[in-house]
Design a binder for this molecule. Structure first.
Ligand SMILES: [Zn+2]
Length: 69
């Protein structure tokens, strides 16, 4: 899974790749810009991989054609 975070200190947004087990343990990745761990997970969907095979709800799928999203 790829999780999107926003740094509370400098406002940088970044994504982190982690397993579900790592996430459940309480993932708080350091900001790549300032190193702060005061980060908030961005649930707005920024950085979330969409499309076929991403595992999320999507109107797109194999065979739906290019430009559907
Ligand atoms: Zn930061």
């Amino acid at each position: 899974m790829i999780y999107a975070y926003v740094c509370d200190r400098c406002g940088a947004s970044f994504t982190v790749k982690a397993t579900l087990a790592e996430k459940e343990r309480g993932l708080s990745p350091p900001c790549p810009r300032c190193g702060s761990r005061d980060v908030t997970q961005d649930l707005s969907g920024v950085g979330v991989v969409r499309g076929p095979g991403a595992g999320g709800p999507s109107v797109c799928g194999p065979g739906s054609g290019a430009g559907c999203c």
